[in-house]
Design a binder for this molecule. Sequence first.
Ligand code: AGP
Length: 368
Amino acid sequence: GVASKGEYRHFMQKEIFEQPAVIAVALEGRLGERTVPAECFGPDAEALFARVKQVHIVACGTSYHAGLVARYWLERYAGIPVQVEVASEYRYRTVVVPEDTLFVTLSQSGETADTLAALRFSREQGYLGSLAICNVPGSSLVRESDLTLMTQAGPEIGVASTKAFTTQLTALMLLTLAMGRVKGLAAETQAEVVAALRALPQLVSRVLKLDGAIEALSTAFAEKHHALFLGRGAHFPIALEGALKLKEISYIHAEAYPAGELKHGPLALVDSEMPVISVAPNDELLDKLKSNLQEVKARGGELFVFADEQVEIMEEEGVRVLLLPHVHEALAPILYTVPLQLLSYHVAVLKGTDVDQPRNLAKSVTVE
Ligand code: AGP
């Protein structure tokens, strides 16, 4: 039937709030007791995964950011070397493909021209096979790939991708665990992350309860022209995604950096007119991130920190802290995406932009 916004003001808002439900759907029937069986990727997946020695991931926009997160995950948990590239670059260069490399595409629509062209180009490059992680059944990408995993997020209407991204990440964690199992990831770690995945929809619901607090923060951005997003490790791509969301729907110029790069240039931009948003989950990089944040504060930058409730980061003059529920570190990138989506959404609403149909953009880019 015709998509409806129901009680929501915009499709984007509705899609943000659907995330607990659609993440649960993306996991349905795919979790074993303590492992992720390769069969969810098709009957031949187990044998194929056993042979994979490298992974190349190709995608555009938000889907590319999901690929960047997957690189951290696959290298850390499955020990597989990964390269990630935007499709429009990949398809026009000489690509060196080591033996036994799996080609992976990520796409909400399955019709993005560059991603599809990259898949077709990959066929002549001697890959082991192709896997598409996609949200639209029967799309070109799905039809033309050897293996597929559907994200099952349901139709996404808002041009700014939200639930498609978090379900892609969910699917990519399934891929990580399925490959990890084949590559000898410790059984205990597999069981831990599987349990954490089961609890994820519930945690995302709790993060959505921050909506009012994030709406209150958004007033600090409405008059600004620039914003800087910081993250480290697997949260650097989450910072990139936060910046993309803000650009797309609020038209505020935003950049993202891995926090350790600040002093190599972008610190020169920081002043009281440049809000800095940081995702600070409770991982081993936290202390380093904290000292990066001090560098921002010392230059009069206004800081907004999304942090784990178990972390000691104090609110003080110029530092606003919003606490998220504690989550297994493997899944933190999924959880920390949500407050950044809400932030962009509320800034865009304050600015009065066309949230669901931002200027100059199309939902799926089917021409080059
Ligand atoms: C995301 O908010 C964008 N509108 C855009 O970057 C999008 O992710 C990109 O065009 C890729 O689309 P796809 O996932 O349908 O291939």
